[in-house]
Write a protein that binds this ligand. Structure first.
Ligand code: ARG
Ligand code: GLU
Length: 690
């Protein structure tokens, strides 16, 4: 009896024990190296189904959306899904007081109603291949680094020219992987006529706003819908009413079967940037210096913005987008530095380095970690100054605006539109307070040798930042829209004498002269040392599989649906539902004020269990927004849009306990398109697996 119990317990354990969360962002062309593991974890397709240059494969249904998001195709008429926050700026550009598509949503009821988007492109990966041999052709170890660079550039340009001549709309990039130990060619086909088809109201697409950003439980309907158009031959073309819907090689079938804990998931998209192989010293700098200081600066900035936003509806609207972008990284850094601390990554990397150093004795890798340490010691003060420049000086809106106006006029370009968009969302009391707070932080945290002389002199002459602020904001012409609009290139002297511009100029000159060149030179040397250190790590641990750091190229991440425990006594389930939206709904809280139409739909009853979002263990990063989340059969089950903040250190170190990506459940998209958009006609062109 006891044995049977044990057996049952064992079988249960085997069946129910969660699969290990899977770290890694793999190159699709090399996925055959991982396919066995993917299949063991439940995937039912082959490597050729994921990536193939000989036949249509899933990669042909994935695209780089604009310059920093991912999207996927869901019909043979070029219908494309991505995130609401990826389509946001395009939706905004079509919005006006009469048609506020950001607020109310937008739904084309036919192809004729779809809206073109100037400047928006989508790129499909045609193929990727290892071109290390071609790129390094002619290289000899006696060459200097500069000679190597020149050689690489020449070989690269030749190769790119050659491959892009082969067809219409082709663009190619050669990317260094593993810090330049390997080079890959990426050939893209770029489509330029992409039209807006649908977007939910922001109160659905951005539900939860900054309050819920990077958080679970999550209920954001973060999607928007576009369509790609091509010329009559299905080739890329500029916008034209004569263009026709793009006919893709492949699009995703949609699964409505839903997700359960333990289900295999696969995210196919373009993560932007990670640094998994850096030294303890770099992790220490990020986790103990850079992140905490930037968080403190942004906390001050956000507090000032929030104070005024709470006093006035008009200011809240003016600053909501600015607040969102400041808050986004602010929260991510908190998770990143917290995660590094919790995991003891600095100590763990130090221990690793001690072993590495021992092993490296007498090899070409001897002294490398030490060299990196001393390069960081030289670089970090300059790098911190550069981060302070971004986070303090450039946080003062007036200073950036003054510099922008000046460069427009120098280029003989009109400034009306710039002034228009600046003043539309400018509230001077916020900027004045930020001016004092940020420049004070700069003054306190930068050592004297890292301050522009002009800043020191003027501050001393004025006695205090408050007094200096009063003078600048009273005297500068850049606080007055009429004065700015009236400016012409002939006013160059008057502009140069403006106190706001003088200050902006002093900082810009200091940065371009004293800081940036040093950072660039030392970063160059650091990267070079990493080229060796990367190779050293690979030789040191020959059995470990190293995936290349993210660089906005197409990657495969796989894992499974799973909740997590953010703190003692709390277990998060992996799925959220419409019931949770109704629990959060509150007309008095901007982030949680859902449209009345959604309340009405809910009141019909029967929608409590309507799924909204889910968690999984896929290793993702910024840029993976909009990525297709795919099930074991290759069908679309969701759209990736975020990570949980406790796991954002995954850009540096992945922790299977905490690292979760957040996806929109595709069934919520279908629900909103139907019930809120009344655009269920779009389902006719989709293909459903079940
Ligand atoms: N955190 C997500 C990302 O990094 C979403 C950002 C947009 N949403 C927001 N509430 N700010 O892009
Ligand atoms: N929201 C992010 C993006 O825009 C994805 C979240 C992340 O960093 O993982 O790409």
């Amino acid at each position: 009896m006891k044995r049977i119990h044990l057996l049952i317990a064992f079988l249960l354990f085997v069946n129910l024990a969660p699969l290990r969360a899977d770290e890694g962002m793999w190159l699709p062309a090399l996925i055959s190296q991982r396919i066995g593991d993917m299949q063991q974890n439940g995937f039912r397709l082959t490597a050729e189904d994921i990536y193939s240059v000989n036949q249509a494969s899933l990669k042909d249904a994935v695209l780089l959306f604009g310059g920093g998001c991912t999207g996927e195709l869901v019909s043979d008429e070029g219908l494309l899904l991505t995130n609401h926050h990826c389509g946001y700026s395009y939706i905004q550009r079509h919005s006006s007081v009469e048609h506020d598509y950001l607020r109310d949503g937008f739904w084309a009821m036919s192809k004729a109603e779809e809206l073109p988007n100037k400047g928006l492109t989508v790129s499909f990966l045609e193929r990727m291949e290892d071109v290390t041999g071609i790129i390094l052709k002619g290289y000899e170890s006696s060459m200097s680094e500069a000679q190597r660079d020149t050689l690489i550039r020449e070989n690269r340009d030749k190769l790119i020219k050659q491959v892009t001549q082969a067809g219409k709309g082709l663009s190619a990039r050669v990317e260094a992987l593993y810090y330049g130990n390997q080079y890959f060619l990426f050939v893209y086909k770029v489509y330029r006529d992409v039209r807006l088809v649908g977007a939910p109201p922001s109160s659905i697409g951005k539900f939860g706003g900054e309050t819920d950003n990077w958080m679970w439980p999550r209920h954001t309907g973060d999607f928007s819908i576009f369509r790609i158009y091509a010329d009559k031959d299905n080739e890329p073309a500029d916008y034209s009413p004569d263009n026709v819907p793009y006919r893709p090689k492949r699009f995703f079938r949609i699964s409505r079967a839903g997700v359960n804990a333990g289900d295999f998931t696969f995210v196919y998209g373009c993560p932007g940037s990670t640094k998994e192989y850096v030294t303890a010293e770099e992790v220490r700098y990020v986790g103990e210096v850079s992140d905490p200081q930037k968080i403190a600066l942004r906390t001050q900035r956000l507090d000032i913005q929030k104070k005024y936003m709470m006093q006035s509806q008009a200011v809240r609207i003016q600053y909501s987008s600015k607040f969102a972008s400041v808050a986004n990284a602010w929260k991510k850094w908190q998770g990143e530095s917290g995660g590094i601390k919790r995991l003891g990554t600095v100590a763990a990397k130090k221990a690793y380095e001690a072993r590495f150093k021992e092993w490296a004795k007498g090899t070409r890798y001897d002294g490398l970690v030490e060299r990196l340490d001393s390069l960081y010691a030289l670089r970090n003060p300059y790098y911190l100054a550069s981060e302070y420049n971004t986070e303090t000086v450039r946080a003062v809106e007036l200073l950036s605006f003054a510099a922008n106006v000046q460069s427009r006029l120098r280029a003989d370009r009109p400034v009306e539109d710039l002034a228009e968009s600046f003043f539309k969302d400018y509230y001077q009391p916020i900027d004045e307070e930020i001016f004092v707070a940020m420049l004070q932080a700069f003054d306190e945290h930068m050592s004297d040798t890292f301050k522009p002389a002009y800043f020191k002199e003027q501050l001393a002459a004025h006695g205090s930042l408050a007094a200096w602020r009063d003078e600048i904001f009273a005297q500068s012409l850049f606080t007055d829209k009429a004065k700015v609009v009236a400016l012409t290139p002939a006013d160059a002297d008057r502009i140069a004498a403006d106190p706001a511009l003088q200050l902006a100029d002093a900082f810009a000159t200091w940065f371009a002269g004293d800081i940036r060149p040093v950072v660039q030179r030392l970063n160059g040397e650091i990267n070079l040392a990493y080229r060796d250190y990367m190779r050293g790590q690979m030789e040191f641990e020959p059995d470990k599989i190293f995936y290349p750091d993210a660089n906005l190229t197409l990657r495969v991440a796989y894992g499974h649906v799973e909740g997590y425990s953010p703190a003692d006594g709390i277990d998060y389930r992996p799925v959220s539902t419409l019931k949770g939206i109704m629990e959060k709904d509150n007309p008095d809280i901007f982030d949680y004020n859902i449209p009345q139409t959604l309340r009405d739909v809910y009141a019909e009853g029967g929608h409590d269990k309507q799924p909204v979002c889910f968690l999984a263990t896929n290793h993702t990063s910024g840029g993976n927004s909009g990525s297709p989340v795919i099930n074991a059969d290759g069908d679309l089950i969701g759209i990736n849009f975020d990570r949980v903040w406790e796991g954002t250190m995954s850009d540096i170190v992945f922790d299977p306990e905490y690292c979760r990506n957040i996806s929109l459940d595709i069934r919520y998209l279908l629900f909103i398109v139907d019930k809120i958009g009344h655009a269920a006609y779009l389902f006719d062109e989709m293909c459903f697996a079940d």
